[in-house]
Write a protein that binds this ligand. Sequence first.
Ligand SMILES: CC(C)(COP(=O)(O)OP(=O)(O)OC[C@H]1O[C@@H](n2cnc3c(N)ncnc32)[C@H](O)[C@@H]1OP(=O)(O)O)[C@@H](O)C(=O)NCCC(=O)NCCS
Length: 435
Amino acid sequence: MNPRARWRSPCVTMSDGGYNCPVEFREYSADSDKDAVHRIWLETGWLEKDNKAQVEGMDLFLSAGKALVADIGGEAECLVLTMPGTIRHLKDDLPLSCVAAVTTSRIARKQRIAAKLTAIAVAQDAADGALVSGLGMFEQGYYNKLGYGTGGYEHWISFDPSRLSVNAAPRVPRRITLDDWKLVHEARLSRKRGHGSCNLTPPETTRAEMLWAKNGFGLGYADGETGKLTHHFWCDAKDGGEHGPYTVCWMAYETREQFLELMALLKNQGDQVLSLRMREPAGIQLQDLITQPFKHYDLTEKGKYEARASAYAYWQMRICNVPSCIERTRLPFGEARFNLKLSDPIEALLEENAPWRGCAGDYVVALGESSGAETGHDDSLPTMTASVNAFTRLWLGVRPASSLRYTDYLDAPPELIETLDSVLRLPVPHPDWEF
Ligand SMILES: CC(C)(COP(=O)(O)OP(=O)(O)OC[C@H]1O[C@@H](n2cnc3c(N)ncnc32)[C@H](O)[C@@H]1OP(=O)(O)O)[C@@H](O)C(=O)NCCC(=O)NCCS
């Protein structure tokens, strides 16, 4: 085992701000920790008892990513998993670490073990080159203490597929099964991507997600010369008997025609399936394709096949390396130069000798076609004060500076705010990958 992979916390009482028992943070071992981590996921309700597909999916996830555990009394009671990937900022792909799981057993709750183990995992990945860290939150607030800022809203639309107004006549699709997981993963990676889109790179993540879907099935087309899947979707039919609802777990396509063919394929299920639920694809206004949406909302209200549109902001991101993220930022709308006084709450959860301790500090930032950030201060420039949480949201384009200064920890003189509003005119970011 890597010697830097073990960290022991002293046995101290909670009133001292520490743990009330010895806790050891270390890397997960598939040989010795499997039963203990299965128990954690059973206790959190992430695994169903005797669901073999889910257990296989969990083990695959753990083998594909980097898993850390915290031991209490010699057994793993907390598990944190990160996955490598990329995030797109306009046209550039930056190394991403995705915090794919943070789970604590029933006996290890409320001792800040989970927060600390997550901070250690983020620190290791940042030290290994991840420029951004992202996650799907269980609730707002918890990961804010680790520097994460909330992303934009995602729309989830439930609709009767027969009401889709797509005229394309889809060809007979190919049935996609679990055996196709490598092709499916490749197709996901090469899908049409926009600003903020993320890829988790290990192929096993896709197999695990396919396993996780109940009564999962996929349909698609392999129009490529090499048998490559060009466009497809993967569905979870869990609640549905015959009539659904089905959930579209993901959809991957490269062109407008492929997107419309997939939508037409979904429409073709509409004589039998009364309700489909899907995340609005990035850049698409799904309501454009639904006939009489409001009438249908009223007709199905509170029913099993309820049609509705919901918006949730459930993903969060944080910058892990300010100079490298800014260096990869190319903005065609003008220039801004300013001092950045950045605070980062993750520092409080990390030991003095951690391989990375957050991004807090003073920087001189230049934004434009060619951008850069270096540590220091320039008296001739205006100063922005921000938490890394809010600054990440600004950098990703979740909200403009003029809005963030109303509701988040970010402020600057009015002229700088105005300049930033026009320089950081970014498309709405969407990860387009559920994590
Ligand atoms: C989420 C989970 C890991 C948290 O475990 P935990 O043991 O309560 O976490 P910690 O001990 O690290 O943190 C507890 C602290 O976070 C605070 N906290 C919890 N939710 C919070 C929120 N939404 N906003 C602000 N603070 C929050 C608690 O008040 C507590 O603060 P205190 O230490 O000052 O008392 C645990 O509930 C769990 O395993 N849940 C099931 C799986 C899950 O949903 N995981 C999250 C996936 S994103």
